[in-house]
Ligand binder design. Sequence first.
Ligand code: PRP
Ligand code: URA
Length: 209
Amino acid sequence: MSKVTQIKHPLILHKLSLIRDKNTGSKDFRELVEEVAMLMAYEVTRDLETEEVEVETPICKTICQMLSGKKVAIVPILRAGLGMVGGMLKLIPAAKVGHIGLYRDEKTLKPVEYFCKLPQDIGEREVIVTDPMLATGGSAGDAIELLKKKGAKSIRLMCLIAAPEGIKKVTERHPDVDVYIGSLDEKLNENGYIVPGLGDAGDRLYGTK
Ligand code: PRP
Ligand code: URA
């Protein structure tokens, strides 16, 4: 069974409110998405393994902890997921970045794949899929399916805002994938947009509407 974690940190709540505001322009929107992604990355990576290492401080030798085990791959779903990558790389600079291009057909709301480039050793990495919006769950579900076909074995999904419909769909389709969200919103509207949501994440990030 998937574990669904809503990260309710005051800084995340505050920044999500600014992101939702329709008067927030692309520059601030981009910065805020990056900041929230960085804050969420702290929680999403909480269970990464560490090992003891010996470090010599200016005073003496001591035993400390450093990351061990699986390395991380961040895989944004293009376009909007890309806006979260910079913030995450600030915390996990050694992570490799894969890209999956999907867009949602406006009429059918079904995802259409147009790009996939992943690190060669994706099967040995802890994969974090990023996308600000989990709406019907079609895009995230297909991206995870594609990752599994390419050999990924350990995958988690990180979204800023999710609809109950998207959570249900992704967790039923991929019960092995844990999901981390900043907010669980009310529902989808008749156009498949999250209510209250933030509108179209890709367009707001890149000023395309
Ligand atoms: C948005 C969003 C997700 C998808 C969510 O992308 O970034 O990828 O919609 O919807 P779903 O859960 O119903 O699949 P969009 O298709 O608008 O592409 P874009 O990021 O290029 O704008
Ligand atoms: N994609 C978005 O960018 N926003 C939504 O509310 C739903 C899908």
